[in-house]
Design a protein around this ligand. Structure first.
Ligand code: NA7
Length: 486
């Protein structure tokens, strides 16, 4: 690790979750400490700080879901729980003394590019100027609260999975879970073990991959501690597995068929035919995000669990009403209803010449609003980590963030040595990217007929329709000709 350089350009990083922390740490490791890490909450961690619902876990294997330069040898399970991942990030934050750069409990409310710099305003009313602005607020920070008639009239406890109340004890209570994506599925088993009764309201059943999640033994941990190479091999193995799933999503073939068969045989493990049919998805496996669980169907077959497929027509004082007229009386409602991925964490971002994030994203043409997932045309010195159309469906988010951070560092070098003072993606480059996106999804699984959060109001999924290696290659070096540079 090198020491601080004095005159490197200043950088505002918005969001101290996994990607913002990575940006900060890689800057520190490069000796560039002229940055501020803005965070709306009290502490670092992002989704892992917020998502504390029972059963929360990562669907990427533990050895792959950590920074490559900060491996951990003693992960307790193949897929780690949220608390263990949060503890890992807190440990890393401490090691790099991120506290020193962190502006916690500070929401960035506006960023405006004025006189060659970003003027960042916070909810504390203060402003600060920066050369670069890095949006690291991630795709999973804007919770969806469903618009259901009467939702405010419920007398019991209601929480979103990303807003869990640790003080509420649901043991012995009648609980309802609305939503059956990753969060709803993960929460089902632990809640079913403690609640007196659980009703799962399922609008669209999903395919479940029955991936075992064994604990690592003390012996295995000791081996990985003594021989770090084993941890590295394990990471490479899971990266390879991840790559196979990524490929399965891109083209039809043996990989896609294998995943479909695996999910189908998992569904067939449900003994009761009526229940099995209630849980049978009407789309292809992987069209929505693949869900991994070793015990979801076991929970669904418990006597205290009811699967409700009738549409919800309203929420009332005592529970949830469904289209068959039944009132499901509940003490607690869990909203496992997901997130709007295409949000930016900052309400207003204004570039020069009347260009703003709103004018490009909400009012501009869909094919011209995004450059290689990392930039927005007309917004200078602005970078997004894990931005729209990054390969969130076929590459670990940690790898996506890492590739984006390295890209920013390469741009920063040019600022550092005085070659550049502003760089903004050209509109033509964004349009060329957008046009190639729109014609590249045809063979992918995501357009085979399901609704998913990948679309979120767009006509094509907000992911990368090519192999992860293509993303690495595309962002390996900034293509300077694609930028307006001063
Ligand atoms: P998801 O995967 O977006 O799932 C949200 C679920 O909520 C899904 O089953 C939705 O049904 C359901 N939903 C949403 N609104 C309603 C209403 N109004 N009524 C009934 N059901 C509703 O979010 P998750 O939090 O589970 O996972 C998000 C990502 O986080 C995940 O992919 C991982 O990467 C981590 P639908 O399918 O739309 O019919």
């Amino acid at each position: 690790m090198s020491t601080q350089t004095s005159n490197s350009p200043s950088i505002a990083i918005i969001g101290a979750g996994m990607s913002g922390m990575l940006m900060a740490i890689k800057l520190i490791r490069a000796g560039k400490t002229n940055f501020t890490l803005f965070e709306k909450a009290k502490k670092i961690g992002g989704v892992w700080r917020e998502n504390r619902y029972p059963g929360v876990a990562c669907d990427v294997a533990s050895f792959s879901y950590c920074y490559a330069f900060e491996p951990k040898s003693d992960w307790t399970r193949r897929f780690s729980g949220g608390a263990e991942i949060q503890a890992y990030f807190e440990h890393v934050a401490k090691k790099y003394n991120l506290e020193k750069y962190l502006k916690a409990e500070t929401l960035v409310t506006d960023a405006t590019f004025t006189d060659g710099e970003w003027v960042v305003t916070t909810d504390k009313g203060d402003t600060q100027r920066f050369t670069l602005l890095v949006d690291a607020t991630g795709p999973l920070n804007n919770k969806i609260y469903p618009k259901i008639d009467g939702i405010d009239s419920f007398d019991g406890k209601m929480v979103h999975t990303a807003d869990w109340d640790d003080n509420y004890d649901y043991a012995g209570k009648r609980v309802g879970i609305i939503g059956s994506g990753s969060s709803g599925v993960q929460a089902t088993w632990p809640i079913a073990q403690k609640a007196s009764h659980l009703t799962t309201f399922i609008r669209t059943p999903q395919w479940i991959m029955p991936t075992p999640n064994p604990h690592y033994s003390e012996f295995q941990k000791m081996l990985k501690r003594q021989f770090p190479f084993l941890g590295w091999i394990t990471r490479k193995f899971y990266d390879w597995i991840g790559e196979q799933f990524g490929r399965a999503a891109l083209n039809d073939g043996w990989r896609r068929k294998g995943v479909a068969k695996w999910c189908e045989s998992n569904l067939n493990s449900i003994k009761d035919e009526a229940l099995r049919e209630k849980l049978r998805p009407d789309h292809q496996a992987m069209c929505k995000r693949m869900i991994v669980s070793e015990n979801y169907y076991d929970a669904m077959q418990q006597d205290n669990v009811h699967v409700e497929r009738n549409d919800i027509t309203g929420i009332e004082k005592n529970g949830v009403r469904t289209a068959d007229g039944q009132l499901h009386e509940l003490d607690m409602i869990v909203l496992a209803t997901g997130f709007h991925p295409n949000t930016w964490g900052v309400e207003s971002i204004h570039g020069p010449n009347g260009v703003s994030l709103d004018s490009v994203w909400n009012k501009g043409e869909e094919k011209s609003r995004n450059y290689h997932s990392i930039g927005v045309p007309g917004l200078p010195n602005f970078f997004v980590l894990i931005g729209p159309n990054s390969p969130i469906t076929n590459l670990s988010l940690i790898d996506i963030a890492d590739i984006g951070v390295d890209y920013v560092l390469k741009c920063l070098e040019k600022f550092d040595n005085g070659e550049i003072s502003t760089m903004a993606p050209k509109a033509s480059a964004a349009t060329a990217f957008g046009e190639s996106l729109m014609t590249s999804f045809d063979d992918t699984i995501w357009v085979t007929g399901c609704s998913s959060w990948y679309f979120d109001g767009s006509t094509v999924p907000q992911t990368w329709p090519w192999a992860p290696s293509h993303f690495r290659e595309t962002l390996k070096e900034p293509r300077w000709d694609d930028y307006e540079i001063t």
